[in-house]
Design a protein around this ligand. Structure first.
Ligand code: SF4
Length: 261
């Protein structure tokens, strides 16, 4: 097949999907698609054509992940389903499971970490390893539970070897988190660690300078603190993280226990 034929076939499938979404009441999807998705579509068609010449099966159609605005009927389930099929960055090739996030769909407090690690990649759930246990302890110390908050990450797939996310991976995955925040509409966001805080606040300021005060994330107060994995490596910093959580608790109107020694 020619590139044009592949494009037409893929656009036909896209049109059918858009019609299906429109019939189910999702009317804003066509306008929400970013032009960059069509670039990926074209690239995929070119890859298909090259593969067809070699007799290989066509590559999967990329997911339309970049939205100028989310579908009007967006849901956390729809976002998770799109994450599960996403091939928008190279991490799709090395992940075991996608990790969209979990928790109370209308949580007052949203925690945002960096990316799934090995345990999270294996289970498809956020913060389930040692750092997850510490985060759960931090949440309980605030007088809350995991079930009462929402926990997500900037990236929904694990970077190999737990390396830092690359800028293009953060950019590719960002629309999912933005849609989750728009859907949950938390009263407060707690960014866990440098990568999360810098990605959300679009800054290169070190986490040590970002923490300890509230920032504005499109109208939602955001507090940055140390990532639980960093606290496991640097237990002496736990008291600083606890100070951050106390700030958050006071702002949320939660009872603040006396400073721990
Ligand atoms: Fe898609 Fe995000 Fe996974 Fe990359 S990290 S493949 S953008 S879900």
């Amino acid at each position: 097949m020619t590139t044009e034929a592949h494009l037409l076939a893929k656009l036909g499938r896209l049109s059918a999907e858009l019609e299906r979404l429109k019939r189910s009441g999702v009317t804003a999807v066509p306008g929400a698609l970013d032009p960059r998705w069509f670039e990926r579509l074209k690239k995929a068609a070119q890859i298909d054509e090259a593969a067809a010449k070699k007799g290989a099966p066509p590559a999967p159609t990329p997911s339309p992940v970049t939205h100028a605005s989310p579908p009007v009927n967006d849901t956390l389930e729809l976002i998770a389903a799109e994450v599960a099929g996403c091939v928008a960055c190279g991490l799709a090739a090395t992940r075991t499971n996608t990790v969209p996030g979990e928790g109370e769909p209308q949580a007052r407090l949203l925690f945002v970490g960096e990316a799934p690690g090995a345990d999270e990649d294996a289970q498809g759930r956020p913060f389930v390893g040692r750092a997850g246990k510490l985060l759960a302890d931090m949440i309980v110390a605030m007088g809350l539970t995991r079930e009462r908050v929402f926990i997500a990450n900037v990236l929904k797939c694990r970077p190999p070897g737990n390396r830092d996310p690359l800028p293009d991976e953060v950019a590719a995955c960002e629309p999912f988190l933005r849609r989750q925040i728009a859907r949950i509409r938390p009263d407060y966001i707690c960014a866990l660690g440098r990568i999360s805080a810098q990605a959300l606040l679009k800054t290169k300021t070190p986490i040590g300078q970002l923490r300890g005060e509230f920032h504005d994330y499109h109208g939602t107060p955001l507090l940055a603190t140390y990532h639980p994995a960093y606290l496991l490596r640097n237990p002496g910093e736990k008291k600083e993280a606890w100070k951050d959580l106390q700030l958050l608790m006071a702002r949320m109107g939660l009872p603040v226990p006396p400073q721990r020694s």
